[in-house]
Design a protein around this ligand. Sequence first.
Ligand code: KIV
Length: 266
Amino acid sequence: MKPVTVVTLQAMKRAREKIVCLTGYDYSFATLLDRAGVDLVMVGDSLGMVMQGHASTLPVTMDNMVYHSSCVARGLTRAILVVDMPFLSYQAGPVQAIENAGRLMKEGGAQVVKIEGGAPMAETVRFLAERGIPVCGHLGLTPQSVHRLGGYSVQGKDAAAAQRIREDARILQDAGASLLVLEAVPAALGEGVSSALDIPVIGIGAGAGCDGQVLVLQDMLGLYPRPSPKFSRNFMPGSAGIEEAVRAYCDAVRSGTFPGPEQSFG
Ligand code: KIV
């Protein structure tokens, strides 16, 4: 099995092959996800909620991310590893960002780093990309801004907000981002952004028209004790075990049956 790279993901987009992504936080699950055929494993700062029990991603530290990333990296042979830069590890500017991205890559084995935000992050994205660090942007519902957004709500619902997301997406691509995560936006906006960009767009609550899909592992296995978002689906019922549930998710994304209308926003 050839390892997945950012170039592979771009070729998959051109070939209209859906990209299957899941979050992962430890070695055992990483080996399972890799074996089941997940293309991209993301060590999300959602670990603050699903692994640590916090109410948001804000308390997550760089040391937490390096630790979980290094555990996941040891379990992957094929899937590409994307790792979140946690809250306030990059917002101060490009120099802070490159020092922390460097830690995620050198100590954590990250192959791509993910940062939240649009135009104000363009300088940082360009600085990292021009120095050889692949960057994944994150637009729409950006959980590190939960207090400014006033909760975990759907973004881009009116014409002006949708236009800002389209412009931010273009700005991040032009700055050198290799990938984009688009979270909790109307399905038509997800499809529009995906078709307007050359880089792959990975949706989470952004409709079936995105180039790929990501879910939080604990949500799609029904393990998280708090309510899961509307855009998630529990793949455990009807599956004989965890690996079968992950394979069912991979099949559903690749065949376009996930997300369905019930996991999408109008
Ligand atoms: O933190 C996270 O897990 C994420 C993904 C779900 C996109 O940002």
